[in-house]
Design a protein. Structure first.
Length: 455
């Protein structure tokens, strides 16, 4: 579940923040490393860095490559560390143990405190973990101070690795715990908004959230902590032709008015809390479909305003939406290739997942007619193949989720009765009923959910 730290929190009376190291800070950083070498020697660890590690050339290289970070306390550097996401060659083999998972990870090296703020080192590793969700670190056997700090922050000892020079190091990892997976479904997704508002009221948080289409739309308001926002603006604007209408489709070639839904509403009419989203340690992913590969993509969003096109892509239904181009990829609604991205979350290291569905437990998806797809998407045969087999993919995922549920690795909340609300409903009262059903179903399962999260 979600921790209470943010990327910019209070530590005592000093507010800390992390930023990339600037070249002009080199002399101060080297002085901090000198202080750290003396500190380690005084605490029974004279051999890890000896009298010269890390050398100035290594630190300069870290800065030039953009992998050196400083933890700032006001205008002072409280700590320095190396952070990078991606494979570390020295971590390929582990003796007398194993990593917690084989998913993507970040690495912290060369962490050193200036000794001016208590807890600066912990702040740095929490910051790094909030960025990647799976963090690996190694340390010297004699560095008991570092080992205690890692265990205090939830790291698990995984075995022994060897550096390039053959030196032995103790390996630790912290992996993301519990994820929240949100199915889409157009206006059916307001059911999910009801569930999420109950979570907010009861203080139930997660390490990561993955939403598809409407699940992503409502999930981002959950991450920003804006209880009631989804039902408020859905009921207010559901009959506004700019929100969703055939008139939009005729005039613009899209069912929804992109400017209205993704800019006017969140930026002016019902403001979205971009700052709260950015500061939340909960990682947020939007599920999209890659037209060229025909594969699902879980794209991490860290800045909702700058990356709003990822959210838009996740909810861009085929046939009634323009293709969204982002990061060199052509994207559409994530539900076309993976409506419920529980596999993706597991690959990212989320070992337990709460899954919110917008179909009742008896639902089995039937084959769907792909309509004019052969004409509209003739350049994307892999995407068309995914559309044709969408019902098989969906039903296989449901079977997987039920198996995970039996194993205690998934917890499912779904409508307790068949919902009749349509994908394009514009009736505020019917939208309200679907939302209230989500609230009621979540309230009814709270005690079971808490046991799952605490188990």
């Amino acid at each position: 579940m979600k921790t209470e730290e943010s990327r910019d929190t209070q530590t005592g009376a000093v507010r800390l923040r992390v930023e990339k190291t600037r070249p002009e800070q080199l002399s101060r950083v080297l002085a901090i490393y000198e202080y750290a070498r003396r500190f380690m020697a005084d605490h029974g660890n004279p051999n890890q860095w000896g009298t010269s590690d890390p050398p100035a050339s290594r630190v300069e290289q870290d800065i030039a490559e953009g992998n050196s970070y400083v933890c700032m306390a006001g205008d002072e550097i409280a700590a320095v560390f190396y952070y990078r996401e991606g494979e570390d060659p020295t971590y390929r083999e582990v003796e007398d143990g194993a990593w917690l998972n084989d998913g993507p990870y970040g690495t912290v090296h060369r962490i050193a405190s200036a000794g001016i703020v208590k807890g600066a080192g912990s702040f740095c590793v929490r910051w790094a973990f909030s960025r990647c969700g799976s963090l690996r670190i190694d340390t010297h056997r004699d560095n008991t101070v570092m080992q205690n700090m890692l265990r205090k922050n939830g790291f698990t000892y995984c075995g022994i690795i060897h550096l390039e020079n053959g030196a032995e190091r103790l390996a630790f990892q912290k992996a993301a715990g519990t994820g929240l997976v949100l199915e889409g479904g157009g206006m059916r997704g307001i059911y999910t908004a009801g569930v999420l508002d109950v979570f907010l009221e009861r203080g139930i948080w997660f390490d990561g959230v993955a939403g598809v289409s409407a699940g992503a739309i409502h999930g981002c308001s959950y991450v920003s902590g804006q209880r009631g926002r989804s039902i408020r603006y859905y009921q207010k604007y559901c009959r506004d032709k700019r929100f969703m209408s055939a008139a939009n489709l005729l005039r613009r070639g899209e069912l929804v008015d992109t400017q209205f839904c993704y800019h006017e509403i969140p930026e002016r009419l019902d403001p979205y809390d971009y700052e709260a989203f950015a500061e939340s340690p909960t990682r947020f992913y939007a599920g999209c479909s890659n037209l060229e590969t025909g594969r699902p993509e879980l794209i991490r969003i860290t800045d909702m305003k700058e990356q709003v096109d990822v959210l838009r892509a996740s909810a861009s239904l085929p046939f009634v939406s323009h293709i969204v181009r982002y990061g060199g990829k052509k994207l559409l609604d994530g539900g076309c290739t993976d409506s419920i991205p529980v596999r993706g979350m597991m690959r990212l290291g989320y070992s337990k997942n709460v899954v919110v569905l917008t179909r009742d437990a008896s639902y089995v998806k039937p084959p769907e007619h792909v309509g004019p797809g052969h004409v509209l998407y003739c350049r994307y045969p892999r995407f068309m193949a995914a559309l044709k087999h969408r019902h098989k993919t969906y039903n296989q995922t449901i079977r997987l989720i039920r198996a995970l549920e039996r194993e205690g690795r998934a917890f499912v909340i779904c409508p307790s009765r068949v919902m009749t609300i349509s994908r394009t409903c514009s009736d505020p009262e019917e939208i309200g009923r679907a939302y209230e059903l989500g609230r009621a179903d979540a309230e009814a399962r709270l005690e079971e959910l808490r046991r799952f999260l605490e188990g």
